[in-house]
Structure formats: structure tokens, C-alpha cells
Ligand binder design. Structure first.
Ligand SMILES: [Zn+2]
Length: 409
């Protein structure tokens, strides 16, 4: 049974609860996992994840600056003024430059939030890099839209980028791990949020024209809904890649409206082909929950938590690869459904059957009226046709062949 670490601390939860787009979500997520007896303080034991706090030495501005621009890191610490007259004009301009407006307002705990979320994902990745856990979980992480110098799409801190950078830098460094490919471990990033993982894709985008003899250390693959009016605006990298794309390591599987678990099951062979071709040393899996039905921000999702092709099924499949795995959260704007989904994934990671009842606990009332753990797909029609899915899978067969050629060269 793999060792599973679950990153949590009261400080992390308090900061994550303050995120304007996900108010109090962190309390629900961790409260449900705790109530299901999935977490264990101290040493790891079977069928439970060991609770570990974010390493305080990783909660620093210097760590954020490994990716974020110094100007951005400085500004997210100082723009949370809430004076009744609003911030002075110079501060307001700087604030807009860094994206602190519209869906990304500054908020009083912003700097602490950024430090804690980054430290949590960095801790999760370092545990893998040092061989101290097989699977690590940070449900408060997974902020895939954050850019180097700008907040975007409810995301203020690029914790995923920072975590992947740590794996490429420190991975395979543990004394007990054989150095198969010293200093050049490969990381596969898989993103199942309903929105395109633009921030992570951009951070590691490396066209083949820049490739030397070796494949890049990071391959990003985002499975998402794409439509002209859906965030983020479609871009060449968010659409179905051509077989001859110059960016075979920055991949997207764009889905039409209301993808159900049948669609996720049908495209999963493409994900597996990429995994097999790239042969990663680590997998980072973003499991945003806004593709579940009825999500107020996702809106065009119709995924579910249980059954073939569901979120739990995908998580189990990736776990089954047996590669060190970091599991992260992301979107998910119905707090109770997000907590349901992520508790289910946590249970799957530790190999526990948790039944279908929400236990009595502090947040029990939030799970009314069903008080059950599953989220089922809605009755809306999945617009992804067999022809479209076949086209995706044929394209990804060609792409995985190209990747294998580069990896095996
Ligand atoms: Zn999302």
C-alpha cells in the first residue's frame, strides 16, 4: 500500500478559507476528510493519510520568486488595503497591473494565502522528490491560472508551477532512490479542471524548435471544456493540437459542452498513451471539481464522482501507474460537492471504502438534503460525439508516437 501524505495545517485552512472565490471551502473539504477518519497525525498507517503541515521554510517570498516576478510578490503583500476611500491612485494602478481586480480582488490574507498555498504544494512535491511519500495531496493547491506577474481566474499563486519546478530541480535526489536519470527527472502534469490550465501550460511551454537532443522535463496535458465564451479565451495551445504541432509537450484535450464520465472514459486512452510515451518520473494531477454538474462557475460540466470515467476512476487510474503522484485541488464552487469529490479521491488514494453516507460532523448540515457522498451526473445531453472523441484519440495516437520518438532518441 503506498504511503500517502495529506498537507494541512490550521494556518493553511484559515488562509484558504479567506479566498474570495472559495470562501470557507477549505473547512468543508478538510472537515469531511477528517470526519471520515481518513487522516492520521504522526506516522503513516494503512488506510489513512498522514497529516503534515506545509514546511514553514518553504513559505517565503524567496520561494515565490523562483517563478513569480519580484514586483508581483511585493505587490500581493501590500494591496489589501481596505480604506473607505479606496487605495491611492498609484497603488490602484499597480494593483490593476497585477490583476487584482474583477475576479481576483486583493483580500486581507492574500500574502499569507499565497505563502501557505505555495508552501503546501512545495512540501507535497518535496516529499515525493525525497522518496518520503508515494502520493501527496494538497486540496488547497492547484491554482492553474496564476501567471508569473499577474493574478487570473481566481488564482493568485502559481503553486503548481513552483511544485513542478521543485520536482525538476530536486527530484530523484533522495539517497534511497536509484539515480535513473540524475538531475533530469520528467514530470507529467495532468489537469482535469473544467477550465484550461493556461498558467501551467504557459510556464513550461517549449516548442520543438527549441528542443535539443533531450525531451523537456515537463509535459502538460489539460483536459477541459473549450468554447468561445468560456474562460480562459481559447488560444492555439488550448485547442486540439495538430499531429505536426511544434508544441507536442504542451497538450490539450478540449471537450464540447457537458462532458459526462462516458466522455472522460472514452478519451482516457489518449491520456494513457501520452503517459506511456513520455515515461514520467512524477505525475502532478490537478483535480478541479468545477466539471461536476450544477457548478455555478463551471456551468458546462456534467462529470460525476463515481463509476467508470468519473473523477475517482481517473484518480484510481493515475494512481495505478505507480509513479510518485502529487494530487492537487483547483476549481470547485459548490463547496459541498467539491468536498464530496475530494474526500472520495482521498479515500481512493489510501485504498479505503468509505460507503456513501456523510458522517455527523461540524459541517453536516451543508450536505443536505441527500447527506450522501456521491455526486451524480445530471440529465443534460453530453455534446461530445463519438466522431469527435475518435478524432481526439486518433490525433493523440500520432502525438504519442512523436513523443516516444523524442523520448527514446
Ligand atoms: Zn476551473
Amino acid at each position: 500500500m503506498p504511503t500517502v501524505a495529506y498537507i494541512w495545517s490550521p494556518t493553511l485552512q484559515k488562509a484558504a478559507d479567506a479566498l474570495p472565490a472559495n470562501l470557507n471551502r477549505s473547512s468543508l473539504v478538510h472537515g469531511l476528510a477528517q470526519s471520515l477518519d481518513l487522516l492520521q497525525v504522526g506516522v503513516a498507517e494503512p488506510l489513512r493519510a498522514v497529516l503534515l503541515p506545509p514546511d514553514p521554510s518553504l513559505a517565503t517570498a524567496e520561494e515565490l520568486k523562483r517563478y513569480h516576478s519580484p514586483a508581483y510578490v511585493g505587490s500581493e503583500g501590500s494591496d489589501a488595503s481596505d480604506s473607505s476611500d479606496g487605495p491611492p491612485p498609484t497603488k490602484r494602478l499597480r494593483s490593476e497591473k497585477h490583476g487584482f481586480e474583477h475576479d481576483c480582488p486583493a483580500f486581507p490574507l492574500l500574502h499569507e494565502y499565497s505563502l501557505q498555498v505555495a508552501a503546501a504544494t512545495l512540501t507535497a512535491c518535496r516529499l515525493l522528490a525525497r522518496g518520503q511519500a508515494d502520493i501527496t495531496i494538497n486540496w488547497d493547491g492547484g491554482r492553474h491560472h496564476a501567471l508569473r506577474s499577474r493574478a487570473s481566474g481566481f488564482c493568485y499563486v502559481a503553486d503548481i508551477v513552483l511544485g513542478i519546478m521543485l520536482l525538476t530541480r530536486e527530484g530523484k535526489a533522495g539517497p534511497e532512490i536509484p539515480r535513473i536519470r540524475p538531475l533530469r527527472p520528467r514530470v507529467l502534469y495532468l489537469d482535469f479542471d473544467l477550465h484550461y490550465g493556461d498558467g501551467v501550460a504557459l510556464a513550461f511551454h517549449s516548442p520543438t524548435s527549441q528542443l535539443k537532443a533531450k525531451p523537456p522535463q515537463v509535459l502538460t496535458l489539460s483536459v477541459h471544456h473549450s468554447a468561445p465564451a468560456f474562460f480562459p479565451p481559447p488560444s492555439p495551445l488550448s485547442l486540439l493540437p495538430s499531429a505536426t504541432t511544434t508544441s507536442p509537450f504542451t497538450l490539450s484535450i478540449p471537450l464540447l459542452a457537458y462532458p459526462s464520465r462516458a466522455t472522460y472514459a472514452a478519451i482516457f486512452p489518449s491520456v494513457e498513451r501520452i503517459y506511456q510515451a513520455y515515461k514520467p518520473d512524477y505525475v502532478v494531477l490537478q483535480l478541479g471539481a468545477d466539471g461536476l454538474p450544477g457548478d455555478p462557475i463551471g456551468q458546462w460540466g456534467n462529470w460525476s464522482t463515481h463509476g467508470e470515467g468519473s473523477m475517482l476512476w481517473v484518480a484510481e487510474k493515475v494512481k495505478g501507474w505507480g509513479v510518485p503522484l502529487c494530487v492537487l485541488g483547483g476549481g470547485g464552487y459548490k463547496n459541498a460537492d467539491t468536498a464530496r469529490a475530494w474526500a472520495g479521491v482521498t479515500a481512493a488514494m489510501v485504498g479505503r471504502d468509505i460507503g456513501d453516507d456523510v458522517p455527523h460532523h461540524e459541517h453536516f448540515a451543508e450536505y443536505a438534503p441527500s447527506f450522501t457522498l456521491g455526486v451524480e451526473e445530471g440529465k443534460v445531453k453530453d455534446e461530445n460525439t463519438t466522431e469527435y472523441i475518435t478524432a481526439i484519440n486518433e490525433r493523440f495516437k500520432a502525438l504519442s508516437d512523436r513523443i516516444a520518438t523524442i523520448v527514446n532518441a
